[in-house]
Write a protein that binds this ligand. Structure first.
Ligand SMILES: [Zn+2]
Length: 85
């Protein structure tokens, strides 16, 4: 039995997408790439298709509505009445 001391062997992992519920592969290469980041990236929650979809969709980090929902009233003087063009 020879256990590599500092040589991590990554193996393809099967994860479940939180968006579509499908299983997807988090490949060994991706795991090594994610782990090489500083700080290391968390393992993906979404399959590749859903990640691509989200990239295409413009998604602002937080809207005023969302800020209100979580009780964050940083901007009490909000003149806009939720009118979106
Ligand atoms: Zn998905």
């Amino acid at each position: 039995m020879t256990e590599g001391s500092n040589n991590h062997q990554y193996q393809d992992k099967l994860l479940q997408c939180v968006d579509c519920g499908n299983d997807f592969i988090f490949s060994a290469g991706e795991q090594a790439f994610f782990a090489s980041k500083r700080p290391p990236l968390a393992q993906p929650k979404r399959c590749k298709a859903c990640r691509e979809e989200r990239k295409r969709t413009i998604h602002p980090p937080m809207t005023f509505d969302e800020a209100r929902e979580c009780g964050n009233t940083l901007y009490p003087g909000n003149n806009h009445q939720g009118v979106h063009q």
